[in-house]
Design a protein around this ligand. Structure first.
Ligand code: FES
Ligand code: MG
Length: 592
């Protein structure tokens, strides 16, 4: 921790200690007094620390924060701060319809207004479920008050019949077994429930674990925070330490703008690549970088991440779950490997007041089965590949989940390494997929690629995790468990499908997928990063002229409409683009 500089005058003083307007000060004070805060305290000049509470009955993945907040408060009090907890708009991945992705930008907007419009000097961002992490960090960047991330931590490992069953991953795998007739419905339900044995977020390296690792890699949480399982003793201790540290950060004026740089975002991208993290990280990292005013290009994922090895043996790319990852050393051990290999920007600042390189000193892996050495990894060249061509300007493929049988079938044909052609079968969103996937008239065989359009930010709306489509039952029963897929939506971070995701621009705004037709041949070349439909320019022009545009569902709520009017494409982070013009807004206190 750094030395405490000269006492600061906090922005909350403008509310609670205005010498010109004692009548106003009294007004601001009168309700807060009733809740354990004395007027003297509020006027004392001590920092007011917000606790942005993302837990609620609607957000079970973050529910542990309802308990952890008590420990955060104790830390804040002990360090001389005044805690004030407030709710954040819920974001629950599994239940929110039409998709939780709508809520990232909504929670962002709400949080910006709270952090800016109330007397808050610094904030603890409680995070967990996928989008709660980027929503909080995006808002903290826009407002730019000192902010620290407290992850709620993953659930305990799930077990079923002596085997590890991980969040999400067990669903995708068991669905295929159900289709193959290997298990029945009851077994399927049993496994799903066993994968969620405690409080916490998903216990796989899905989007939640990935995004909390990202927060830590960015230097925004205390070292080791991301991986501690929610029910562990250490989680409460981390909450307390986080509360203490944010008070010091308030005094030091250690704001996100002093931590977030292009290099820190590249560190995050590297950690995601080595961890076999979620493809959703691409969208959220891009969004956070843009709100922080940092230049990050979508192609950075190939340039800086693709050649990195897979170091973390965790589902869906590997075997284990959150508890083993925590005991092996968690995110600091992954960053330690990167640092030793010269692949970490160790000088980047962090919430500790030290550099991220210093933070991971002495934190090497304690379990080589789970966090492997850089020079003896689970897989080499295991990062993300960015693709482009006549169907889209940007699409991304998570190569760490391309399995052996898929590689052998599509990517290792002599003379055609990493190049394959497949017949497109196009679906208009996931309802169409579910209705028609088993229709024999589609003639789906192992030479097909399943394509989904209408699943992007504008088309869905929000962009849904539906591109990880499984083959028709008959094909699964014949032993073909995965087909290549492509779409303008996303896929769950817990899925192990070899998919081309986040295609931008999406079909709903006239992207190439809008003219693609079932029966077209798509050629994918992973060597050059290209993906093209083998359709002539003339034919493309004819289809654009003559064929009706794919259907787009109407907006059903005011926010859906506003989201559609203002949100960009997945390649660019699907941000509310007008919001990018607002940065460091807390430098000016809002008017009376
Ligand atoms: Fe919330 Fe996975 S569904 S963390
Ligand atoms: Mg998800």
């Amino acid at each position: 921790m750094t030395d405490r500089p000269e006492p600061r005058r906090f922005r909350s003083r403008d509310w609670f200690a205005d010498p010109e307007r004692s009548d106003m000060t009294a007004l601001y004070l009168e309700r807060f007094m009733n809740y354990g805060l004395t007027p003297a305290e509020l006027r004392s000049g001590r920092p007011i620390i917000g606790i942005a509470q993302t837990g609620s009955d609607l957000s079970p993945c973050n529910r542990i924060h309802l308990d952890l907040a008590r420990r955060v408060r104790e830390g804040i009090r002990d360090a001389g701060g005044i805690p004030m907890e407030f709710p954040v708009h819920p974001i629950f991945e599994n239940c929110r319809r039409p998709t939780a992705a709508l809520d990232r930008n909504l929670a962002y907007l709400g949080l910006v207004e709270i952090l800016y419009g109330y007397p808050i000097d610094a904030v603890v961002l409680t995070t967990g479920c996928d989008k709660t992490t980027p929503a909080g960090i995006m808002a903290a960047s826009t407002v730019d008050i000192p902010a620290i991330v407290l992850s709620g931590g993953p659930m305990l490992d799930g077990w079923h019949d002596g085997e590890l069953v991980g969040s999400g991953t067990v669903i995708w795998r068991s669905r295929r077994q159900l289709a193959a007739g290997e298990i029945d419905e009851e077994e399927f339900m049993d496994r799903a429930c066993s994968s969620a044995p405690s409080a916490g977020h998903c216990n796989t390296m899905g989007t939640a674990s990935t995004m909390n690792a990202v927060a830590e890699a960015l230097g925004l949480s205390l070292p080791g925070c991301a991986a501690i399982p929610a029910p562990y003793r250490e989680r409460g201790q981390m909450a307390y330490e986080t509360g203490k540290r944010i008070v010091e950060m308030a005094h030091e004026d250690l704001r996100p703008s002093r931590i977030l740089t292009r290099e820190s975002f590249l560190n995050a991208l590297s950690v995601v690549s080595c961890a076999g993290g979620s493809s959703n990280a691409q969208v959220h990292i891009q969004a956070m970088a843009r709100h922080a005013g940092v230049e990050l290009h979508p192609s950075d994922w190939t340039t800086h991440g693709y050649a990195l090895p897979l170091l973390v043996n965790m589902q869906p790319a590997g075997k284990y779950l959150g508890e083993r990852f925590f005991r092996a050393g968690g995110v600091p051990a992954v960053m330690w490997e990167l640092r030793e290999a010269g692949k970490l920007h160790g000088d980047c600042h962090s919430v500790t007041g030290r550099s991220v390189g210093e933070n991971v000193e002495g934190r090497q892996s304690r379990d080589r089965e789970v966090i492997l050495p850089f020079d003896a990894p689970l897989m080499t060249d295991a990062g993300f590949l960015v693709l482009s061509g006549n169907l889209f300007d940007f699409g991304i493929m998570k190569t760490s989940v391309i399995g052996e049988s898929f590689r052998a079938r599509y990517l290792q044909q002599p003379g055609h390494e990493n190049v394959f052609e497949a017949r497109a079968v196009v679906f208009e969103g996931s309802d169409d997929y579910h209705h028609r996937i088993n229709d024999p008239a589609l003639g789906i065989d192992e030479n097909c690629i399943l394509v989904m359009r209408g699943a992007g930010p504008i088309g869905w709306p929000g962009s849904a995790e539906v591109v990880n489509m499984q083959p028709p039952d008959a094909l699964i029963q014949a032993g073909i468990r995965t087909l290549p897929t492509l779409g303008d939506g996303r896929q769950s971070g817990t899925a192990d499908s070899p998919s081309i995701l986040n295609a931008s621009p999406e079909s709903a705004v006239g992207g190439g997928l809008s003219w693609l037709a079932t029966g077209d041949t798509i050629r994918i070349d992973l060597n050059t990063g290209s993906c093209n439909a083998l359709v002539s320019e003339e034919e493309i022009a004819r289809r654009k002229r003559e064929l009706p545009a794919p259907p787009i569902p109407a907006s059903h709520s005011p926010w859906e409409q506003l989201y559609r009017e203002k949100t960009g494409q997945l390649a660019d982070g699907a941000t509310l683009d007008f919001a990018l013009a607002y940065r460091r807004i807390a430098e000016k206190t809002p008017r009376h």
